[in-house]
Design a protein around this ligand. Structure first.
Ligand SMILES: Nc1ncnc2c1ncn2[C@@H]1O[C@H](COP(=O)(O)OP(=O)(O)OP(=O)(O)O)[C@@H](O)[C@H]1O
Ligand SMILES: [Mg+2]
Length: 215
């Protein structure tokens, strides 16, 4: 049985679930873990296709992916880590996934249109029994305006959720890398890779803290 599950979930579409799921998968796979992305976006299967492209190009480290409609079958898996890449809505499948995850990553952009539904989504998970400390909010597609980033961080802090200190800027390099089967830590730009690696390390650290707490 797979021991660990990290989920990237959200109410909104297009906020970066798949982007973060791939980054997390690549980070653990680089440390020799066997990792599978469970792709719940069964209409588009973006992460399954991404892994397919990765394999075709022979990119290392190897990451696995498969379509999923329910986390029930996670029990049958034999991977060190499953990264669940969620569907763009807060239906029962998202809740079921959150319940079996040690860490739930909720990505958001800076706009109120992104923030509001994502905070409501986190609240809904907590109301339905997901421990609050298992949730981590990550800012993605931030702009260069430091003031607007700080403003959003302040709003988020008032919610009491864990907010990643590292974030990802909106960059064509991140999008192009993913179109070419690479994660946001494997772009052609060192600065972009370092930024993504910083976020990935923070997620790993949080995961370790939560695992120690649970032990
Ligand atoms: N930081 C970024 N900079 C530039 N492009 C990005 C960034 N993050 C994500 N993207 C691009 O934005 C699009 C949506 O991102 P992604 O697929 O990760 O979101 P999602 O939440 O999984 O979407 P969906 O709800 O459709 O599954 C993708 O084309 C992705 O390459
Ligand atoms: Mg997706």
């Amino acid at each position: 049985m797979s021991e660990l599950v990290i989920a990237c979930l959200s109410q909104k579409g297009g906020v970066g679930k798949s982007t973060l799921a791939r980054l997390i998968a690549r980070t653990y796979a680089s440390a020799e873990w066997s990792v599978k992305i469970a792709d719940f976006n069964t209409k588009q299967l973006t992460s399954v296709d991404w892994v397919g492209l990765r394999m075709k190009l022979g990119l290392e480290p190897v990451i696995h992916a498969e379509p999923y409609v329910s986390p029930k079958n996670f029990k049958r898996e034999n991977f060190d880590l499953i990264v669940a890449d969620g569907k763009p809505d807060s239906d029962d499948s998202s809740l079921a996934i959150a319940r079996v995850s040690q860490l739930v990553i909720i990505p958001t952009g800076l706009s109120t249109d992104d923030l509001k539904p994502q905070i409501l989504f986190a609240n809904e998970l907590v109301q339905k029994g997901v421990p609050r400390d298992r949730i981590m909010i990550v800012l993605n597609k931030v702009t260069e305006s430091e003031a607007s980033v700080q403003e959003v961080r302040q709003i988020l802090r008032s919610t009491g959720y864990e907010i990643a200190k590292n974030d990802l800027t909106a960059k064509t390099g991140y999008q192009k890398a993913q179109d070419a089967g690479r994660s946001v830590a494997e772009t052609t730009f060192t600065t972009l890779n370092e930024r993504a690696d910083g976020l990935a390390s923070e997620i790993v650290t949080r995961m370790n803290e939560l695992s120690e707490k649970a032990a």
